[in-house]
Design a protein around this ligand. Structure first.
Ligand code: MSP
Length: 666
């Protein structure tokens, strides 16, 4: 079918997810935003839009620098590994993104330096003293509202004191009234509505302070181009990814010109503030158009609690996908939770929906429709002949569902949109019960039987289009079984009578088998725990466990280096002359090393394995020419070397015989 609409020039649509911190592997919460964005992209594409979808990784900042140091890696190597895992996850889920922007991409870094300079030149950014309550061990300034017990640091509980630090500031305060006007003139700008009220009452009502937009206490960031002691505040760096993903500030700005401003930024509720206050103000300062909408969705909780690695309640998507496929998983995410609100994840709820909505409702409709056509008509689609009043109710509902879904999708109400589609699926199943094709067949009422079979197939074809943005594979599979492969578009879901008499159907397997919930709960739990163990390096006690058969050894591909590459690394023998716990971090020790004539401090994440006092007097191996980094306020110059076995046990390296500290290793 050819549609007039398709001849009209394509409309553009730009949407984004947050760019995630690659400090740890992503969990079901991050997946939620990305799956929602993917769903919107597919929906808009079906409607004929030209869509650009950006996601990515937010790789700078103190937290990442510290995490990397704890893992004994450079920040870049650390994030590279996690970003690779993130991309594998998005591939697994068949996320149809157009740009994966990394904030360490040199093009992005250059554009940010230019943006900073431009804002400085325009007088939007100025240099001043930052004055506030300062915690020396944590090297952090805290605002009055963050302090605890009077003037104590919320992180370590120690007394803070008033201090000053040089920093660059963005004139955020001058945008307060403009932001209020923006919200008033564009009621859709912040969604849901309640989040807008939060922004006004909690942040804008009493005025805005200028924003400190540079840091000098750590260096893992984009350097301020005209003052390299400072790095750009991570949120300025990160938010601007939405522009640089489109090539803004590079030699090729075609996508920027085509797609900016964004139609929607999808974000979790905790970062709405950055997207609706700081971001529009920065864009106004740059004289750039503002995004049309920021949607702050709710959180996925686990047993009503926030997921966190330390609580051990993180749900990873990979085991669910591996066991039940991507469509069941995506369907659940979009159906179970109301997008604007928090919701609690449970494996039971997931399995129940799989059984009721997917196996019973949709799976059953597909298999009974195709089976009956096979049985009663040799697998060939008949034409409708004897129409009854009842048919019209089905036809009306089927052709009107797309319109209802549109209204809900435009509000990003995925859950109710799916509910509308499922009403049609359940209505169609009921139609089978009402018309009883097996009785029509028994009685030789072929005209009526043909009509019923045709109507069932048509309704299913419409369903296959409506679910396409959510479940591409299932949608394709249904159309394959109906014998109507090929491209579809949204308008086809509003038209009845698309299927052609004589089409050969192709009966396939069961699309969603019914599951035994008890058995599956066990499987899911085990698979998630296994992955948590693998990712945290933690190993459970195996004493009472039976010895498992040995798994085949996986050999990681190794990148070969030349002797010249190796020669760049300066390894030296060092003697530990003092060692103490890091005042601020749980996992770190601060070692004072004597390396020949020189004394240096190295911070190392080995506290789990060594007591500070046990190390004094020992000789260790240090990577002596590693770029210094500050870890929670302590400068670390070099890295001491350790070996780790498959069970995560760690031991420091030393030499076989005693040798003078300062000796070179080659
Ligand atoms: N790097 C910043 C975002 C910069 S955007 C310019 C960041 N990253 S993050 O890795 O912490 O990701 C936060 C986002 O992940 C949330 O805003 C939300 O989209 C998603 N989620 C993370 N945990 C979540 C839940 N438990 N539930 C739902 N979504 C949550 O913030």
């Amino acid at each position: 079918m050819f549609h007039k609409e398709r001849m009209i020039a394509l409309k553009n649509f730009y949407l984004t997810t947050p760019i995630y911190y690659p400090s740890d592997n992503l969990h079901i919460g991050h997946t939620y935003t990305t799956v929602a964005a993917d769903t919107i992209k597919r929906y808009k594409k079906l409607q004929g839009y030209d869509v650009f979808f950006t996601t990515g990784s937010d790789e700078h900042g103190q937290k990442i620098q510290e995490k990397a140091a704890q893992a004994g890696m450079s920040p870049q190597a650390y994030v590279d590994k996690i970003v690779a895992d993130i991309k594998v996850l998005w591939n697994m889920l068949e996320i149809d993104y157009d740009s994966f922007i990394r904030s360490t991409d040199p093009k992005h870094e250059k554009a940010i330096a230019d943006i900073f300079k431009k804002l400085y030149d325009k007088g939007e950014i100025y240099k001043d003293q930052y004055e506030g309550a300062y915690c020396t061990p944590c090297e952090s300034f805290w605002s009055d509202s963050q302090l605890v017990d009077g003037n104590k640091c919320p992180d370590c509980g120690r007394e803070t004191h008033l201090a000053k630090e040089e920093a660059y500031f963005f004139r955020l305060s001058k945008y307060r009234d403009k932001l209020l006007k923006l919200y008033e003139d564009n009621p859709e700008f912040i969604q849901p509505e309640s989040r807008k009220n939060e922004m006004i009452n909690n942040f804008l009502k009493d005025g805005l302070d200028d924003l400190s937009v540079s840091r000098s206490s750590f260096d893992w960031g984009i350097k301020v181009p005209f003052d390299e002691k400072h790095v750009v505040y991570v949120w300025i760096d990160a938010l601007s990814c939405y522009l640089t993903a489109l090539g803004y500030g590079t030699e090729d700005e075609a996508n920027f010109n085509k797609f900016w401003p964004a139609d929607v930024h999808l974000v979790g509720k905790e970062i709405v503030r950055f997207h609706t206050i700081i971001w529009p103000a920065i864009l106004m300062a740059l004289d750039l158009p503002l995004p049309k909408k920021v949607f702050g969705h709710g959180w996925i909780l686990f047993e009503d609690d926030k997921m966190s690695k330390s609580k051990g309640n993180v749900i990873y998507p990979e085991p669910i996908i591996e066991l039940y496929g991507i469509d069941a998983f995506k369907y659940f995410l979009m159906r179970e939770f109301s997008f604007g609100q928090d919701g609690s994840f449970s494996r039971e709820k997931f399995l129940q929906r799989l059984n009721s909505d997917l196996a019973n409702d949709l799976g059953n409709l597909v298999s009974r429709t195709v089976s009956m056509i096979e049985k009663y008509n040799g697998g060939i689609l008949p034409s409708p002949k004897a129409v009854e009043e009842l048919d019209q109710t089905l036809i009306t509902q089927a052709t009107e569902t797309a319109g209802k879904v549109e209204e809900l999708m435009d509000k990003l109400n995925f859950s109710n949109a799916l509910e509308e589609i499922w009403k049609l699926i359940r209505r169609t199943n009921k139609y089978v019960d009402e018309t009883m094709p097996w009785i029509l067949a028994r009685d030789g009422n072929t005209e009526r039987l043909d009509t019923v079979l045709y109507n069932l197939s048509e309704s299913l074809r419409i369903v296959s289009i409506l679910i396409q943005p959510f479940m591409v594979r299932t949608s394709d599979e249904i159309r394959k079984q109906l014998g109507v492969e090929g491209a579809v578009n949204w308008e086809d879901a509003k038209t009845w009578g698309f299927l052609k008499e004589g089409t050969k159907l192709q009966k396939g397997g069961i699309i969603f088998p019914r599951l035994d919930i008890k058995v599956e709960l066990e499987r899911l739990n085990t698979a998630n725990n296994k992955l948590i163990e693998k990712r945290t390096g933690a190993r459970k006690e195996t004493k009472s466990e039976e010895k498992k058969p040995e798994a085949p050894v996986e050999v990681e591909p190794v990148e070969e280096i030349t002797i010249d590459d190796f020669a760049k690394v300066q390894l030296k023998v060092a003697k530990v002359i003092a060692c103490e716990d890091h005042p601020k971090a749980d996992k770190l020790l601060v070692l004072t090393l004597k390396v020949g004539e020189e004394t240096r401090t190295v911070v190392s994440g080995i506290k789990q394995w060594y007591k500070a006092e046990d190390l004094v007097g020992k000789k260790v191996i240090v990577v002596a020419n590693l770029k210094p980094v500050k870890l929670r306020g302590v400068e670390s110059r070099g890295m001491i070397m350790a070996a780790e076995d498959a069970d995560g046990n760690l031991t420091l390296l030393s030499t076989l015989e005693d040798i003078a500290d300062g000796s070179s290793i080659s």
